[in-house]
Ligand binder design. Structure first.
Ligand code: AN7
Length: 350
């Protein structure tokens, strides 16, 4: 009998560095919807715009794809502890997969630099959470020095199994569309995901023919090392997930851009928050700010007629909106309670 909601290891074993001996670790990750844009696309003349809604993964972000594979390989190698530095989503994902496999999770996050929902997740899944008075970049440098401890598996995207698992997002998009899209828009922090998608499309194109998409990476203006061509010492942006100044997968991200004929550009916090709001109000898609960065870049390029309605466009929405409640309620007024009478109710509705 086929397993119900098979995870990505089961579904894509033939394309992953796994053997029959690798445990089929899964929380039901992957198989996320590709939602056709109802209003944003048509508003800028794009009839074939889709959103890959990765926020619907088990811990609420795309990280679960790579974490399933990294955890399985850690178990196979006899590890007892998953270790990572994180701007939040990697820590939530590592904590969830450690919990389901009876492993310990140790997550190191920048103090004050992680959205509330993500921190709450790591704690709730039972991880050991260390908040350090530093940037994410410094935290990653620290944990890399701990990674050679016996029984410890480092599960940041410097772990090659993470990238391997994450490339399955590209496989699914091709399955869902019946071909590769013409262009892909994706937020970029550490550069792991754009590297993984490019690998995924590359492997499919080599085996099945066809063409790969142009890859467009979006960084936040105050945290745009790949756009500036040098690391950023004090990265700043409202999108805490991509507040990263020295991406670990720098070379992979640049290769994805150059080999695909794409771009990596910076978008402002105002553009990010405008796209974040439009996704919720015009599409019914709740995302965290970082996930709106790719959409913000697409909107700018569509207005400048740099992207036109000549093929399918996919935006990867990397994380769920409930991760970052502060970002959702910014500038909103919570309605005051009213008396429970029909008259006040009618007045309140307007
Ligand atoms: C929602 O969790 O780096 O370019 O430590 O959480 O592969 O880093 C998160 C990154 C985009 C950027 N969108 O992906 C972490 C972390 C969301 C994210 C990115 C992240 P990469």
């Amino acid at each position: 009998m086929a397993a119900m909601s098979a995870g990505i290891i089961e579904r894509y074993a033939a394309h992953l560095p796994v053997t029959a001996a690798t445990p089929r670790v899964t929380l039901g990750e992957g198989s996320t919807p590709l939602v056709r844009s109802s209003r944003i696309g048509p508003s800028v003349g794009l009839e074939q715009l889709y959103f890959k809604y990765e926020g619907l993964n088990p811990s609420g972000s795309f990280k679960d794809r790579g974490m399933a594979v990294a955890t399985a390989k850690a178990l196979e190698a006899g590890a007892q502890t998953l270790l990572c530095a994180s701007t939040g989503n990697t820590s939530a994902s590592a904590s969830a997969y450690a919990a389901c496999c009876g492993l310990r999770a140790v997550v190191v996050v920048p103090a004050g630099g992680v959205a509330t929902g993500k921190l709450a997740q790591a704690l709730a899944y039972g991880a050991t959470v260390v908040t350090v008075k530093s940037s994410f970049d410094a935290a990653l440098k620290l944990v890399r020095q701990l990674a050679d401890q016996p029984g410890v598996a480092l599960v940041n995207s410097v772990n090659p199994f993470r990238i391997e698992g994450q490339k399955t997002g590209a496989f699914e998009i091709v399955e869902q569309l019946g071909r590769a899209p013409a262009q892909l828009f994706i937020p970029v922090g550490n550069g792991g995901n754009i590297t993984a998608y490019w690998r995924g499309f590359g492997e499919l194109v080599m085996t099945a023919g066809g063409s790969a998409p142009r890859m467009h990476g979006a960084q936040a203006e105050g945290a745009a090392p790949l756009v500036r061509g040098r690391p950023v010492t004090r990265p700043r942006t409202v999108a805490s997930a991509i507040r990263i100044g020295n991406p670990a997968s720098w070379a992979g991200a640049v290769a994805a851009r150059d080999e695909s004929g794409g771009t990596i550009e910076a978008v402002s916090d105002a553009e990010i928050m405008a796209a974040h709001r439009r996704l919720a109000r015009e599409e019914g898609l709740l995302v965290e700010p970082a996930s709106a960065a790719g959409v913000a870049l697409l909107l700018r390029k569509a207005k400048a007629r740099q992207v036109t309605d000549e093929g399918t466009v996919v935006c990867v929405l990397t994380g769920h909106g409930l991760k970052d409640p502060q970002a959702l309620t910014r500038g909103l007024r919570i309605p005051r309670p009213v008396a429970p009478t029909l008259a006040t109710l009618r007045r309140a509705i307007g």
